[in-house]
Design a protein around this ligand. Structure first.
Ligand code: OGA
Ligand code: MN
Length: 269
């Protein structure tokens, strides 16, 4: 990742990502934030500014491109059990895709392992093209053309986090996206789903949620899922437009876990 990479190498990685959707880049030691950011930037416009407000949050990492996915506060102390920031982080244990709650979605995320706990905390990925391929035709007919509404706050609260305050809520309104889209690089159809999806646009709330629950249960069957067991220094890159992912539990008030993410966007914002 640190070496000079010519455009054809980047294009090869991009094509491999179109095919595999998740890529593992092992590193002998964790990549510096600078290398992580520079590598990510080769794949498109990178997110630099916070996309939402969480009251009381202070940054530990000075690069605005890095999203701090650790269980630390800004001074590097492990967050206490009842801390809102930790509760919101645990919401990553629900199946989701990054930034579906934003009109300008995430394409790739690149997550780098700086400190890992002795056990647990694998990250799982579901291939949403394989999910489309396996869906019964009646379900395909039912969902093609539908739009879902996605809200960051919806997934925080359903995962057991506190209700956002007014300022937080206003900082990130919901976004709407089609439930089925086409992957440009392959022409394959994809089910675009996430824990952020609260309902189906134009449908009664309960009916929409029932459909989303049914799809979620189908999409996360073991045959669609890869579990990544982290080694220190791994950078895992995934395509948010063709996969879902989730964190898995670990003893997060005991063991430090320092994970850092960059996010590539559909467009410059
Ligand atoms: C993320 C994410 C999962 C994990 O960084 O977007 O969901 O295992 N991470 O930390
Ligand atoms: Mn995520």
């Amino acid at each position: 990742m640190a070496g000079p990479l010519d455009d054809s190498t980047i294009e090869t990685i991009r094509r491999a990502m179109d095919h595999y959707a998740v890529g593992i880049f092992p590193n002998a030691k964790p990549a510096s934030d600078e290398v992580h950011i520079a590598f990510s930037r080769r794949f498109g416009p990178i997110q630099r500014t916070p996309v939402l407000t969480i009251t009381g949050r202070q940054e530990r990492i000075r690069h605005p491109e890095i999203i701090d996915q650790s269980n630390f506060d800004h001074e590097g102390n492990i967050l206490p059990d009842n801390d809102k920031r930790l509760l919101y982080k645990r919401a990553n244990q629900q199946w989701h895709t990054d930034m579906s709650f934003h009109p300008v979605r995430a394409t790739y995320s690149l997550l780098s392992a700086h400190v890992i706990p002795p056990s647990g905390a694998d990250t799982q990925f579901a291939d949403m093209r394989a999910v489309w391929d396996a869906l019964p035709q009646v379900m395909r007919n039912r969902i093609e053309g539908l739009e879902a509404e996605h809200s960051y706050w919806y997934s925080r609260v359903t995962a057991g986090g506190p209700e956002p305050d007014e300022n937080e809520r206003r900082s990130r309104p919901p976004a709407r996206h089609r439930l089925v889209h086409v992957q440009p690089g392959t022409g394959r159809k994809v089910v675009y789903l996430a824990s952020h999806a609260s309902h189906i646009v134009g449908w009664p709330m309960d009916e929409g949620r029932a459909l989303l629950d049914e799809l979620m249960a189908f999409a996360t069957r073991p045959e669609f899922v890869y579990s990544h067991v982290w080694s220190l220094g791994d950078v895992v890159m995934w395509d948010n437009l063709t996969t879902m992912h989730r964190a898995t539990p670990f003893d997060d008030t005991v063991w430090p876990r320092d994970m850092r993410r960059t996010t590539v966007r559909e467009a410059e914002v």
